[in-house]
Design a binder for this molecule. Structure first.
Ligand code: ATP
Length: 429
């Protein structure tokens, strides 16, 4: 892992000296599930469930930033809300600093609210318009009964300065601020109690692109200064890329790849990750115009009420074979620092080399589009777009502080979707 993190502006900031894998685990999640029941009839009997999060395992180490990416509806926000215990899990376990917090009651979770905080996507909806900035940022002190040294007002003003706002903004109201400034206020509120873990759900996606880098860089600076640990949820891979030590890719309630950031971006192993990566514009001006192809996945993400059997991605994967339809792949460390759940990973030994016949749908699953075409007429990107409903102001305020609220794949997997399909064509004939 590199010793520096790059900001969008190209500046480099020093990273923590130790490699992420050597750091102590702060949060450990095992077999986590969150199913939302669907009820019908007068008796409100459960007829089905939305399997928003359906068995995920990962850990977050002290001082690191774990980015979580995936298409809209794949369960990222639900995962964020469950690991912060704003929602109860259906199954699995959550350990924070070695302590099992999976089933802690609201009362028992309250002291832990100081250590685990959340930053919400919508800087407009998450601040109560009737409250002053001073009142909003000081809410965590009131709710936790904490009296900071020097008094609440002084501490709030210090926090405002810390996030790049003026202490004089104390008596102003949210509507007087821009989106970027409001998100800074949300960050100040989340940091008020000096949390150990901050889960940021799409912290910049509601902001103007020109402001996004500022807020991301602010979060990065605060991490260095305060020794924070972040889980940053984003649909925009370019946001996560610059700040994450490791990145987890989610698809339909499952984690399909979890890897050191550099490895994931340079050599993605899961076909879904590869498709996501190919949708990210190349930021290097020297490479702009260089020929590269993008993989456009066809079809929509299937319903989480009745997810596909086996590997959930098999209905959209150009490498899918029979085993993908019948057997769920485990998330395995196939390269050091890179875990992937795929029978036919890229750049690693095939996990099912005997299973060589592509599913007929696989040939139609993805399309390779040369860069020039997508540049002229940008097609629907693979995994962008988040049209989340804005958080309720009061709910968000409370939530931030309290509970209340492959024909011949064998070994060398091809790098291109078309090549895979072509190969299948020829074997079929
Ligand atoms: N309270 C709820 N009741 C029922 N279904 C829910 C609830 N919250 C989320 N879901 C469903 O769970 C699935 C995952 O939603 P979630 O918001 O976690 O996904 P996401 O990856 O964060 O997507 P987005 O980026 O659009 O927010 C979706 O199908 C969503 O409709």
């Amino acid at each position: 892992m590199s010793e520096t993190k790059k900001t969008d502006a190209g500046a480099s900031v020093p990273r923590q000296a130790s490699a992420p894998e050597d750091r102590e685990v702060l949060l450990r999640v095992e077999g986590l599930t969150k199913h939302f029941p669907i009820k019908k009839g007068i008796l409100q009997r459960q007829v089905a469930a939305v399997k928003a999060v359906d068995g995920i395992d990962f850990e977050v180490r002290k001082g690191e930033t774990l980015g979580v990416v995936g298409e809209s509806g794949c369960g990222k926000s639900t995962m964020g809300r469950v690991i912060t215990r704003l929602q109860d899990p259906t199954g699995g376990s959550i350990h924070f600093e070695g302590r099992d917090i999976t089933r802690l009651s609201t009362a028992k979770m309250r002291p832990l609210r100081r250590d685990i905080q959340m930053i919400f996507q919508d800087p407009y909806g998450s601040l109560n318009p009737r409250h002053t900035i001073g009142s909003i940022v000081s809410a965590p002190f009131r709710l936790q009964g904490v009296e900071p040294e020097g008094g609440v007002k002084k501490e709030v003003q210090r926090l405002l300065e810390l996030v790049g706002l003026s202490p004089e903004h104390y008596n102003r109201y949210p509507h007087e601020f821009s989106g970027g400034q409001r998100q800074r206020i949300g960050i100040a509120r989340a940091l008020a109690l000096k949390p150990k873990l901050v889960v940021a759900d799409e912290p910049v996606s509601a902001l103007d692109v020109s402001i996004q880098a500022q807020v991301v860089n602010l979060m990065d600076d605060l991490q260095q200064e305060l020794g924070l640990t972040y889980v940053i949820i984003a649909h925009d891979l370019s946001v996560v890329r610059h700040v994450s030590d490791r990145v987890a890719v989610m698809y339909l309630g499952k984690m399909v790849e979890l890897a050191d950031s550099t490895k994931l971006y340079e050599t993605p192993m899961h076909p879904y990750t590869k498709a996501l990566m190919s949708a990210v514009p190349v930021p290097d001006p020297n490479r702009r115009g260089a020929k590269s192809d993008r993989i456009l996945l066809k079809g929509d993400v299937p319903s989480p009420i009745k997810p596909p059997s086996g590997c959930r991605f098999h209905t959209r994967c150009w490498k899918a074979t029979q085993v993908c339809k019948t057997t769920e792949p485990l998330l395995l460390e196939l390269r050091p620092g890179q875990r992937v759940a795929c029978h036919h990973p890229e750049g690693a030994p095939d996990q099912a080399p005997q299973d060589v016949v592509l599913l007929s749908a696989a040939r139609e699953a993805a399309e390779l589009v040369p860069d020039e075409v997508t540049d002229k007429a940008p097609a629907e990107p693979v995994a962008t777009g988040s049209d989340k409903a804005p958080a309720e102001p009061a709910a968000a305020e409370e939530a931030a502080v309290t509970e209340e609220p492959a024909a011949e794949k064998a070994g060398s997997a091809s790098d291109s979707a078309a090549a895979e399909a072509d190969r299948q064509e020829s074997t079929d004939q």
